[in-house]
Design a protein around this ligand. Structure first.
Ligand code: NDP
Length: 506
Protein backbone atom coordinates (compact mmCIF):
# COMPACT_ATOMS: atom_id res chain seq x y z
CA UNK A 1 0.00 0.00 0.00
CA UNK A 2 1.09 3.57 -0.54
CA UNK A 3 1.33 4.73 3.07
CA UNK A 4 4.58 6.56 3.82
CA UNK A 5 6.93 4.75 6.19
CA UNK A 6 9.33 6.15 8.76
CA UNK A 7 12.75 4.87 9.75
CA UNK A 8 13.06 2.68 12.86
CA UNK A 9 14.53 3.74 16.17
CA UNK A 10 15.60 1.86 19.26
CA UNK A 11 14.47 2.18 22.81
CA UNK A 12 16.97 2.34 25.64
CA UNK A 13 17.88 -1.30 26.31
CA UNK A 14 17.53 -0.90 30.08
CA UNK A 15 13.79 -0.44 29.57
CA UNK A 16 13.44 -3.79 27.91
CA UNK A 17 12.70 -7.16 29.42
CA UNK A 18 12.23 -5.92 32.94
CA UNK A 19 10.35 -8.03 35.44
CA UNK A 20 7.97 -5.48 36.92
CA UNK A 21 6.22 -6.15 40.21
CA UNK A 22 2.86 -5.18 41.65
CA UNK A 23 2.69 -2.65 44.46
CA UNK A 24 0.82 -3.76 47.57
CA UNK A 25 1.05 -1.92 50.88
CA UNK A 26 3.93 0.16 49.56
CA UNK A 27 6.03 -2.85 48.60
CA UNK A 28 6.97 -4.28 45.22
CA UNK A 29 5.64 -7.83 45.23
CA UNK A 30 5.28 -10.84 42.99
CA UNK A 31 2.14 -12.90 42.69
CA UNK A 32 1.81 -15.52 45.41
CA UNK A 33 1.93 -18.15 42.69
CA UNK A 34 5.03 -16.50 41.12
CA UNK A 35 3.19 -16.70 37.77
CA UNK A 36 3.81 -13.89 35.32
CA UNK A 37 2.29 -12.39 32.18
CA UNK A 38 4.54 -11.41 29.28
CA UNK A 39 4.18 -7.84 28.08
CA UNK A 40 4.80 -6.94 24.43
CA UNK A 41 5.66 -3.94 22.33
CA UNK A 42 2.84 -3.98 19.77
CA UNK A 43 4.83 -1.91 17.28
CA UNK A 44 7.44 -4.65 16.97
CA UNK A 45 5.73 -7.68 18.45
CA UNK A 46 8.69 -8.27 20.77
CA UNK A 47 8.42 -9.25 24.43
CA UNK A 48 9.59 -6.34 26.57
CA UNK A 49 8.71 -7.14 30.15
CA UNK A 50 6.75 -9.32 32.50
CA UNK A 51 4.31 -8.53 35.28
CA UNK A 52 2.90 -10.76 38.01
CA UNK A 53 -0.19 -12.76 37.19
CA UNK A 54 -2.18 -12.17 40.34
CA UNK A 55 -4.82 -14.53 41.60
CA UNK A 56 -7.57 -14.08 44.15
CA UNK A 57 -5.22 -14.35 47.14
CA UNK A 58 -3.19 -11.42 45.77
CA UNK A 59 -6.37 -9.38 45.35
CA UNK A 60 -7.21 -10.17 48.98
CA UNK A 61 -3.78 -8.88 50.03
CA UNK A 62 -4.22 -5.66 48.07
CA UNK A 63 -7.75 -5.05 49.32
CA UNK A 64 -6.67 -5.75 52.89
CA UNK A 65 -3.82 -3.24 52.57
CA UNK A 66 -6.17 -0.62 51.15
CA UNK A 67 -8.79 -1.39 53.80
CA UNK A 68 -6.27 -1.04 56.64
CA UNK A 69 -4.96 2.20 55.19
CA UNK A 70 -8.46 3.59 54.90
CA UNK A 71 -9.95 2.33 58.16
CA UNK A 72 -6.94 2.90 60.41
CA UNK A 73 -4.51 5.08 58.46
CA UNK A 74 -3.92 8.81 58.56
CA UNK A 75 -4.41 9.68 54.89
CA UNK A 76 -8.15 10.32 54.91
CA UNK A 77 -7.83 12.44 58.06
CA UNK A 78 -4.81 14.38 56.87
CA UNK A 79 -5.35 18.11 56.30
CA UNK A 80 -6.54 18.82 52.81
CA UNK A 81 -3.51 21.06 52.31
CA UNK A 82 -1.24 18.08 52.89
CA UNK A 83 -3.05 15.89 50.38
CA UNK A 84 -2.90 18.75 47.92
CA UNK A 85 0.87 19.11 48.43
CA UNK A 86 1.41 15.38 47.89
CA UNK A 87 -0.60 15.43 44.66
CA UNK A 88 1.49 18.35 43.44
CA UNK A 89 4.63 16.43 44.36
CA UNK A 90 3.44 13.42 42.35
CA UNK A 91 3.03 15.78 39.40
CA UNK A 92 6.49 17.29 40.00
CA UNK A 93 8.19 13.86 40.02
CA UNK A 94 6.29 12.92 36.86
CA UNK A 95 7.53 16.11 35.22
CA UNK A 96 11.13 15.17 36.12
CA UNK A 97 10.61 11.66 34.70
CA UNK A 98 8.58 12.91 31.72
CA UNK A 99 10.77 11.45 28.96
CA UNK A 100 11.04 8.08 30.67
CA UNK A 101 7.26 7.88 31.13
CA UNK A 102 6.71 8.87 27.50
CA UNK A 103 9.15 6.23 26.25
CA UNK A 104 7.67 3.51 28.43
CA UNK A 105 4.17 4.40 27.29
CA UNK A 106 5.22 4.20 23.65
CA UNK A 107 7.16 1.00 24.20
CA UNK A 108 4.16 -0.71 25.78
CA UNK A 109 1.34 0.68 23.62
CA UNK A 110 2.81 1.42 20.18
CA UNK A 111 1.33 4.92 20.26
CA UNK A 112 3.15 7.83 18.66
CA UNK A 113 5.50 10.27 20.38
CA UNK A 114 3.03 13.11 19.88
CA UNK A 115 0.21 11.11 21.46
CA UNK A 116 2.28 9.81 24.36
CA UNK A 117 3.71 13.24 25.17
CA UNK A 118 0.23 14.74 25.26
CA UNK A 119 -1.16 11.95 27.40
CA UNK A 120 1.67 11.91 29.94
CA UNK A 121 1.36 15.69 30.20
CA UNK A 122 -2.36 15.37 30.75
CA UNK A 123 -1.77 12.78 33.46
CA UNK A 124 0.55 15.24 35.20
CA UNK A 125 -1.93 18.10 34.87
CA UNK A 126 -4.62 15.85 36.25
CA UNK A 127 -2.77 15.53 39.55
CA UNK A 128 -2.20 19.30 39.55
CA UNK A 129 -5.87 19.92 38.84
CA UNK A 130 -7.07 17.74 41.73
CA UNK A 131 -4.40 19.19 44.03
CA UNK A 132 -6.22 22.50 43.56
CA UNK A 133 -9.78 21.22 43.21
CA UNK A 134 -9.78 19.30 46.48
CA UNK A 135 -9.09 22.48 48.42
CA UNK A 136 -12.41 23.90 47.29
CA UNK A 137 -14.38 20.66 47.65
CA UNK A 138 -16.55 21.01 50.71
CA UNK A 139 -20.00 20.63 52.10
CA UNK A 140 -22.57 23.33 52.69
CA UNK A 141 -24.77 25.01 55.24
CA UNK A 142 -28.34 24.45 54.08
CA UNK A 143 -31.50 26.45 54.53
CA UNK A 144 -33.78 24.72 57.05
CA UNK A 145 -36.70 26.03 59.05
CA UNK A 146 -35.71 27.35 62.48
CA UNK A 147 -34.85 26.35 65.13
CA UNK A 148 -32.73 23.87 63.20
CA UNK A 149 -29.26 23.95 61.77
CA UNK A 150 -28.10 21.73 58.96
CA UNK A 151 -24.74 21.25 57.35
CA UNK A 152 -23.39 18.68 54.92
CA UNK A 153 -19.88 17.35 54.80
CA UNK A 154 -18.07 15.32 52.18
CA UNK A 155 -16.48 12.10 53.38
CA UNK A 156 -14.35 9.72 51.30
CA UNK A 157 -16.28 6.66 50.14
CA UNK A 158 -13.63 4.20 51.26
CA UNK A 159 -11.68 1.73 49.15
CA UNK A 160 -12.04 2.16 45.41
CA UNK A 161 -11.42 -0.69 42.98
CA UNK A 162 -10.29 0.88 39.71
CA UNK A 163 -10.08 -1.02 36.44
CA UNK A 164 -8.62 0.58 33.32
CA UNK A 165 -8.16 -0.26 29.60
CA UNK A 166 -5.12 -0.42 27.34
CA UNK A 167 -5.69 2.54 25.06
CA UNK A 168 -4.56 5.35 27.42
CA UNK A 169 -2.62 3.49 30.13
CA UNK A 170 -1.05 6.29 32.18
CA UNK A 171 -3.78 8.82 31.52
CA UNK A 172 -6.50 6.45 32.67
CA UNK A 173 -4.45 5.58 35.76
CA UNK A 174 -4.15 9.29 36.57
CA UNK A 175 -7.85 9.95 35.90
CA UNK A 176 -8.64 7.26 38.45
CA UNK A 177 -5.97 7.66 41.14
CA UNK A 178 -5.82 11.47 41.39
CA UNK A 179 -9.43 12.27 42.42
CA UNK A 180 -9.65 9.17 44.62
CA UNK A 181 -6.63 9.94 46.77
CA UNK A 182 -7.41 13.66 46.75
CA UNK A 183 -10.62 12.88 48.64
CA UNK A 184 -8.86 10.51 51.07
CA UNK A 185 -9.94 7.21 49.52
CA UNK A 186 -7.62 4.24 49.18
CA UNK A 187 -7.21 2.51 45.85
CA UNK A 188 -6.66 -0.91 44.31
CA UNK A 189 -5.93 -0.28 40.63
CA UNK A 190 -5.96 -2.99 37.97
CA UNK A 191 -4.42 -1.90 34.66
CA UNK A 192 -5.09 -3.75 31.40
CA UNK A 193 -2.94 -6.86 31.03
CA UNK A 194 -1.59 -5.58 27.71
CA UNK A 195 -0.35 -2.25 29.14
CA UNK A 196 0.45 -2.47 32.84
CA UNK A 197 3.86 -0.78 32.99
CA UNK A 198 3.22 2.92 33.46
CA UNK A 199 0.50 2.32 36.07
CA UNK A 200 3.09 0.43 38.14
CA UNK A 201 5.61 3.25 37.76
CA UNK A 202 2.94 5.82 38.65
CA UNK A 203 2.14 3.90 41.84
CA UNK A 204 5.82 3.94 42.77
CA UNK A 205 5.90 7.69 42.15
CA UNK A 206 2.88 8.13 44.45
CA UNK A 207 4.85 6.52 47.27
CA UNK A 208 7.97 8.55 46.54
CA UNK A 209 5.82 11.68 46.80
CA UNK A 210 4.57 10.74 50.25
CA UNK A 211 1.37 8.75 49.75
CA UNK A 212 1.34 6.35 52.73
CA UNK A 213 1.68 2.60 52.18
CA UNK A 214 -1.61 0.90 51.38
CA UNK A 215 -3.35 3.97 49.97
CA UNK A 216 -2.42 3.19 46.35
CA UNK A 217 -2.02 -0.47 45.36
CA UNK A 218 -1.67 -1.89 41.88
CA UNK A 219 -2.42 -5.48 40.93
CA UNK A 220 -1.83 -7.09 37.55
CA UNK A 221 -3.57 -10.09 36.05
CA UNK A 222 -6.47 -11.22 33.89
CA UNK A 223 -9.54 -9.02 34.19
CA UNK A 224 -12.00 -11.83 33.68
CA UNK A 225 -10.63 -13.42 36.86
CA UNK A 226 -9.13 -10.84 39.20
CA UNK A 227 -11.13 -7.90 37.83
CA UNK A 228 -14.32 -9.80 38.52
CA UNK A 229 -13.12 -10.77 41.96
CA UNK A 230 -12.30 -7.14 42.74
CA UNK A 231 -15.78 -6.10 41.63
CA UNK A 232 -17.39 -8.70 43.89
CA UNK A 233 -15.06 -8.15 46.84
CA UNK A 234 -16.71 -7.26 50.15
CA UNK A 235 -13.76 -5.02 51.03
CA UNK A 236 -14.35 -2.68 48.09
CA UNK A 237 -16.78 0.24 48.42
CA UNK A 238 -16.71 1.66 44.90
CA UNK A 239 -15.80 0.50 41.42
CA UNK A 240 -14.55 2.95 38.82
CA UNK A 241 -14.26 1.24 35.46
CA UNK A 242 -13.18 2.31 32.01
CA UNK A 243 -13.51 -0.20 29.21
CA UNK A 244 -15.93 -1.88 26.89
CA UNK A 245 -19.68 -1.46 27.29
CA UNK A 246 -20.23 -5.22 27.58
CA UNK A 247 -17.66 -5.48 30.39
CA UNK A 248 -19.29 -2.45 32.05
CA UNK A 249 -22.69 -4.15 32.06
CA UNK A 250 -21.20 -7.26 33.62
CA UNK A 251 -19.45 -5.16 36.27
CA UNK A 252 -22.62 -3.23 37.09
CA UNK A 253 -24.57 -6.44 37.57
CA UNK A 254 -21.90 -7.97 39.81
CA UNK A 255 -21.34 -4.78 41.82
CA UNK A 256 -25.06 -4.61 42.56
CA UNK A 257 -24.74 -7.64 44.83
CA UNK A 258 -22.93 -5.53 47.41
CA UNK A 259 -24.48 -2.23 46.28
CA UNK A 260 -21.12 -0.75 45.48
CA UNK A 261 -20.98 2.73 44.07
CA UNK A 262 -20.16 2.44 40.36
CA UNK A 263 -18.91 4.81 37.70
CA UNK A 264 -18.57 3.54 34.16
CA UNK A 265 -16.68 5.15 31.27
CA UNK A 266 -17.54 2.93 28.33
CA UNK A 267 -17.44 2.76 24.57
CA UNK A 268 -18.55 5.21 21.91
CA UNK A 269 -19.46 5.69 18.27
CA UNK A 270 -19.18 9.44 18.18
CA UNK A 271 -20.58 11.51 15.30
CA UNK A 272 -18.57 14.22 13.56
CA UNK A 273 -20.92 16.66 11.79
CA UNK A 274 -19.65 18.96 9.07
CA UNK A 275 -22.13 21.70 8.12
CA UNK A 276 -21.96 23.67 4.85
CA UNK A 277 -20.69 26.91 6.42
CA UNK A 278 -17.77 25.19 8.20
CA UNK A 279 -14.20 26.24 7.51
CA UNK A 280 -13.56 23.38 5.11
CA UNK A 281 -9.84 22.93 5.67
CA UNK A 282 -10.22 23.22 9.43
CA UNK A 283 -12.98 20.63 9.36
CA UNK A 284 -10.90 18.26 7.22
CA UNK A 285 -7.86 18.54 9.50
CA UNK A 286 -9.95 18.26 12.66
CA UNK A 287 -11.91 15.28 11.37
CA UNK A 288 -8.66 13.56 10.43
CA UNK A 289 -7.30 14.01 13.95
CA UNK A 290 -10.68 13.12 15.44
CA UNK A 291 -10.52 9.60 14.07
CA UNK A 292 -6.86 8.77 13.49
CA UNK A 293 -5.36 10.18 16.72
CA UNK A 294 -4.22 7.31 18.95
CA UNK A 295 -4.70 5.05 15.90
CA UNK A 296 -8.45 5.33 16.36
CA UNK A 297 -8.19 3.46 19.65
CA UNK A 298 -10.09 6.12 21.55
CA UNK A 299 -13.45 5.88 23.23
CA UNK A 300 -14.30 9.33 21.90
CA UNK A 301 -12.92 8.69 18.38
CA UNK A 302 -15.17 10.45 15.92
CA UNK A 303 -15.77 7.28 13.97
CA UNK A 304 -18.99 8.33 12.17
CA UNK A 305 -18.40 11.25 9.83
CA UNK A 306 -21.49 13.07 8.51
CA UNK A 307 -20.89 15.68 5.80
CA UNK A 308 -23.53 17.99 4.34
CA UNK A 309 -24.39 16.90 0.81
CA UNK A 310 -23.55 20.33 -0.68
CA UNK A 311 -19.87 20.06 0.36
CA UNK A 312 -19.52 16.28 0.40
CA UNK A 313 -17.42 15.86 -2.77
CA UNK A 314 -15.13 18.78 -1.99
CA UNK A 315 -14.65 17.65 1.61
CA UNK A 316 -14.04 14.01 0.73
CA UNK A 317 -11.44 14.77 -1.91
CA UNK A 318 -9.34 16.59 0.69
CA UNK A 319 -10.11 14.12 3.48
CA UNK A 320 -9.14 11.06 1.45
CA UNK A 321 -6.05 12.84 0.08
CA UNK A 322 -4.77 13.74 3.56
CA UNK A 323 -5.59 10.30 4.98
CA UNK A 324 -3.35 8.73 2.35
CA UNK A 325 -0.54 11.05 3.44
CA UNK A 326 -0.61 9.94 7.07
CA UNK A 327 2.68 8.43 8.15
CA UNK A 328 2.93 5.09 9.92
CA UNK A 329 6.22 3.95 11.37
CA UNK A 330 8.71 4.77 14.09
CA UNK A 331 6.50 5.61 17.07
CA UNK A 332 9.35 7.65 18.57
CA UNK A 333 9.51 9.99 15.58
CA UNK A 334 7.81 13.35 15.98
CA UNK A 335 6.63 13.14 12.39
CA UNK A 336 4.83 9.79 12.68
CA UNK A 337 1.07 10.34 12.68
CA UNK A 338 -0.33 6.89 13.30
CA UNK A 339 1.04 4.26 15.65
CA UNK A 340 0.47 0.53 15.83
CA UNK A 341 -2.61 -1.39 16.89
CA UNK A 342 -2.44 -2.91 20.37
CA UNK A 343 -2.48 -6.59 19.29
CA UNK A 344 -3.00 -8.94 16.37
CA UNK A 345 -6.40 -9.87 17.87
CA UNK A 346 -7.41 -6.21 17.64
CA UNK A 347 -6.13 -6.01 14.02
CA UNK A 348 -8.25 -9.05 13.19
CA UNK A 349 -11.32 -7.54 14.86
CA UNK A 350 -10.85 -4.28 12.92
CA UNK A 351 -10.45 -6.13 9.66
CA UNK A 352 -13.58 -8.19 10.27
CA UNK A 353 -15.52 -4.92 10.51
CA UNK A 354 -14.06 -3.67 7.24
CA UNK A 355 -14.98 -6.95 5.56
CA UNK A 356 -18.50 -6.75 7.00
CA UNK A 357 -18.89 -3.25 5.55
CA UNK A 358 -17.87 -4.52 2.11
CA UNK A 359 -20.27 -7.43 2.42
CA UNK A 360 -23.07 -4.98 3.23
CA UNK A 361 -22.29 -2.98 0.09
CA UNK A 362 -20.03 -0.20 1.38
CA UNK A 363 -16.85 0.97 -0.37
CA UNK A 364 -13.33 1.21 1.00
CA UNK A 365 -12.10 4.64 -0.12
CA UNK A 366 -8.72 4.43 1.65
CA UNK A 367 -6.78 1.77 3.53
CA UNK A 368 -8.80 -1.31 4.36
CA UNK A 369 -6.11 -3.78 5.34
CA UNK A 370 -3.35 -4.75 7.73
CA UNK A 371 -0.02 -3.29 6.62
CA UNK A 372 3.61 -4.28 6.96
CA UNK A 373 5.66 -1.33 8.10
CA UNK A 374 9.36 -1.36 7.25
CA UNK A 375 11.46 -2.09 10.32
CA UNK A 376 8.33 -3.15 12.24
CA UNK A 377 7.35 -6.21 10.20
CA UNK A 378 6.35 -8.24 13.26
CA UNK A 379 4.23 -5.47 14.75
CA UNK A 380 0.49 -4.91 14.43
CA UNK A 381 -0.39 -2.16 11.99
CA UNK A 382 -3.55 -1.24 10.13
CA UNK A 383 -3.90 1.34 7.39
CA UNK A 384 -5.99 4.44 8.16
CA UNK A 385 -9.27 3.47 6.57
CA UNK A 386 -12.22 5.38 5.14
CA UNK A 387 -15.44 3.61 4.30
CA UNK A 388 -18.04 5.35 2.14
CA UNK A 389 -21.40 4.30 0.78
CA UNK A 390 -22.43 3.51 4.34
CA UNK A 391 -25.89 3.66 5.86
CA UNK A 392 -26.31 4.22 9.57
CA UNK A 393 -27.91 0.83 10.13
CA UNK A 394 -24.83 -1.08 8.95
CA UNK A 395 -22.84 -2.96 11.56
CA UNK A 396 -19.80 -0.80 10.80
CA UNK A 397 -21.84 2.33 11.63
CA UNK A 398 -23.36 0.98 14.84
CA UNK A 399 -20.61 -0.96 16.60
CA UNK A 400 -17.44 0.42 18.12
CA UNK A 401 -14.50 -0.68 15.94
CA UNK A 402 -11.74 0.79 18.12
CA UNK A 403 -9.25 1.22 15.32
CA UNK A 404 -8.34 3.65 12.52
CA UNK A 405 -11.59 3.25 10.59
CA UNK A 406 -14.09 6.01 9.84
CA UNK A 407 -17.45 5.52 8.15
CA UNK A 408 -18.78 8.42 6.10
CA UNK A 409 -22.34 9.47 5.28
CA UNK A 410 -23.95 12.62 3.91
CA UNK A 411 -26.94 14.52 5.28
CA UNK A 412 -29.33 17.00 3.72
CA UNK A 413 -30.31 19.27 6.62
CA UNK A 414 -29.88 20.00 10.33
CA UNK A 415 -32.78 17.77 11.33
CA UNK A 416 -31.39 14.76 9.53
CA UNK A 417 -27.90 15.41 10.94
CA UNK A 418 -29.22 15.33 14.51
CA UNK A 419 -31.32 12.24 13.82
CA UNK A 420 -28.37 10.34 12.39
CA UNK A 421 -26.04 11.51 15.16
CA UNK A 422 -28.40 10.23 17.85
CA UNK A 423 -29.20 6.97 16.09
CA UNK A 424 -26.77 4.90 18.19
CA UNK A 425 -26.81 3.16 21.55
CA UNK A 426 -23.75 5.21 22.54
CA UNK A 427 -23.61 8.81 23.75
CA UNK A 428 -20.06 9.70 24.63
CA UNK A 429 -19.06 12.58 22.35
CA UNK A 430 -19.88 14.52 19.19
CA UNK A 431 -18.11 17.14 17.09
CA UNK A 432 -19.76 20.00 15.21
CA UNK A 433 -18.00 21.92 12.45
CA UNK A 434 -19.94 25.10 11.57
CA UNK A 435 -19.91 28.90 11.89
CA UNK A 436 -23.60 29.61 12.50
CA UNK A 437 -23.80 30.06 16.28
CA UNK A 438 -27.55 29.48 16.33
CA UNK A 439 -27.15 26.17 14.57
CA UNK A 440 -24.27 25.16 16.84
CA UNK A 441 -26.39 25.83 19.94
CA UNK A 442 -29.45 24.01 18.58
CA UNK A 443 -27.47 20.96 17.51
CA UNK A 444 -25.45 20.87 20.76
CA UNK A 445 -28.70 20.93 22.74
CA UNK A 446 -30.23 18.09 20.75
CA UNK A 447 -27.30 15.70 20.64
CA UNK A 448 -27.42 13.02 23.31
CA UNK A 449 -23.78 12.94 24.36
CA UNK A 450 -21.74 13.94 27.38
CA UNK A 451 -19.09 15.82 25.39
CA UNK A 452 -19.63 18.22 22.48
CA UNK A 453 -16.67 19.57 20.54
CA UNK A 454 -17.32 22.70 18.49
CA UNK A 455 -14.76 23.45 15.77
CA UNK A 456 -12.10 21.51 17.65
CA UNK A 457 -10.89 17.93 17.60
CA UNK A 458 -9.82 18.14 21.26
CA UNK A 459 -12.31 16.57 23.62
CA UNK A 460 -11.13 17.38 27.11
CA UNK A 461 -8.65 19.02 29.46
CA UNK A 462 -8.30 18.58 33.23
CA UNK A 463 -11.32 20.43 34.57
CA UNK A 464 -13.73 19.52 31.76
CA UNK A 465 -16.17 16.74 32.67
CA UNK A 466 -15.63 13.55 30.69
CA UNK A 467 -18.26 10.82 30.47
CA UNK A 468 -21.20 9.55 28.54
CA UNK A 469 -24.94 9.40 28.01
CA UNK A 470 -26.81 6.20 27.17
CA UNK A 471 -24.64 3.07 26.90
CA UNK A 472 -21.41 5.07 27.05
CA UNK A 473 -21.74 4.88 30.83
CA UNK A 474 -22.35 7.31 33.65
CA UNK A 475 -20.42 9.45 36.05
CA UNK A 476 -17.90 12.09 35.03
CA UNK A 477 -14.13 12.05 35.27
CA UNK A 478 -11.40 14.64 34.84
CA UNK A 479 -13.44 17.33 36.60
CA UNK A 480 -14.80 18.61 39.90
CA UNK A 481 -17.72 16.16 39.54
CA UNK A 482 -15.33 13.22 40.09
CA UNK A 483 -14.69 14.41 43.65
CA UNK A 484 -18.40 13.94 44.40
CA UNK A 485 -18.18 10.44 42.96
CA UNK A 486 -15.44 9.48 45.44
CA UNK A 487 -17.29 10.94 48.43
CA UNK A 488 -20.46 10.42 50.37
CA UNK A 489 -22.45 13.42 51.53
CA UNK A 490 -23.30 13.39 55.21
CA UNK A 491 -26.15 15.62 56.36
CA UNK A 492 -26.04 16.74 59.99
CA UNK A 493 -29.32 18.22 61.26
CA UNK A 494 -29.27 19.79 64.72
CA UNK A 495 -32.10 21.16 66.80
CA UNK A 496 -30.97 24.43 68.30
CA UNK A 497 -34.12 25.57 70.08
CA UNK A 498 -34.09 26.22 73.80
CA UNK A 499 -36.97 23.98 74.83
CA UNK A 500 -36.60 20.17 74.19
CA UNK A 501 -38.75 18.84 71.35
CA UNK A 502 -41.81 16.73 72.21
CA UNK A 503 -43.38 15.77 68.86
CA UNK A 504 -45.84 13.21 70.37
CA UNK A 505 -46.95 15.76 72.87
CA UNK A 506 -47.01 13.21 75.68
P1 NDP B 1 -12.12 -4.23 28.37
O1 NDP B 1 -13.48 -3.95 28.92
O2 NDP B 1 -11.89 -5.50 27.68
O3 NDP B 1 -11.04 -4.18 29.52
C1 NDP B 1 -10.89 -3.07 30.36
C2 NDP B 1 -10.31 -3.52 31.68
O4 NDP B 1 -11.23 -4.39 32.32
C3 NDP B 1 -9.01 -4.29 31.58
O5 NDP B 1 -8.20 -3.98 32.70
C4 NDP B 1 -9.48 -5.73 31.64
O6 NDP B 1 -8.50 -6.62 32.11
C5 NDP B 1 -10.61 -5.62 32.64
N1 NDP B 1 -11.63 -6.65 32.52
C6 NDP B 1 -11.90 -7.46 31.46
N2 NDP B 1 -12.95 -8.24 31.75
C7 NDP B 1 -13.36 -7.94 33.01
C8 NDP B 1 -14.40 -8.40 33.86
N3 NDP B 1 -15.25 -9.34 33.47
N4 NDP B 1 -14.53 -7.86 35.08
C9 NDP B 1 -13.70 -6.89 35.50
N5 NDP B 1 -12.67 -6.41 34.74
C10 NDP B 1 -12.52 -6.92 33.50
O7 NDP B 1 -11.78 -2.97 27.47
P2 NDP B 1 -10.46 -2.74 26.61
O8 NDP B 1 -9.25 -2.92 27.44
O9 NDP B 1 -10.62 -3.53 25.36
O10 NDP B 1 -10.56 -1.17 26.33
C11 NDP B 1 -11.21 -0.63 25.26
C12 NDP B 1 -12.57 -0.08 25.67
O11 NDP B 1 -12.44 0.97 26.62
C13 NDP B 1 -13.31 0.54 24.50
O12 NDP B 1 -14.64 0.10 24.46
C14 NDP B 1 -13.27 2.04 24.79
O13 NDP B 1 -14.28 2.75 24.18
C15 NDP B 1 -13.30 2.05 26.26
N6 NDP B 1 -12.79 3.32 26.78
C16 NDP B 1 -13.68 4.23 27.31
C17 NDP B 1 -13.24 5.47 27.77
C18 NDP B 1 -14.22 6.43 28.36
O14 NDP B 1 -13.79 7.29 29.09
N7 NDP B 1 -15.51 6.33 28.07
C19 NDP B 1 -11.83 5.85 27.71
C20 NDP B 1 -10.98 4.84 27.16
C21 NDP B 1 -11.47 3.62 26.72
P3 NDP B 1 -7.56 -7.43 31.05
O15 NDP B 1 -6.79 -6.41 30.33
O16 NDP B 1 -6.74 -8.29 31.92
O17 NDP B 1 -8.50 -8.18 30.16
Amino acid sequence: MSQAVKETSHFPTEMKRQAYKMVINGEAVEAGSKDTITVYNPATGEAIASVPKADKADVDRAVEAARQAFDHGKWKKSPVGKRSRVLNKIAAIMRKRFNELVELEILNSGKTLMAAQGQVMQAIEDFEFYAGAIVGHRGAVNNVPGPFFNYTQKEPIGVAGQIIPWNYPIMMAAWKIAPAIATGCSVVLKPASLTPITAIILTEICHEAGVPAGVVNVITGPGAKIGTYLVEHEGIDKIAFTGETTTGKDIMAKASQTLKRVTLELGGKSPNLVFPDADLDGAVDGSLFGIFYNTGQSCEARSRLFVHESIYDQFMEKFIGKTKKLTLGDPMSQSTHVGSIISQAQVDAIHDYVESAKAEGATVAAGGDQVKVEGYENGYWYAPTIITGVTNDMKVAQEEIFGPVVVVMSFKDEKEAVKLANDTKYGLAAAIWAKDQGLIKRVSDKIQAGIIMVNTPFSAFPGTPFGGYKQSGFGRELSIESLDLYTETKSVLSYIGGKPLNPFNL
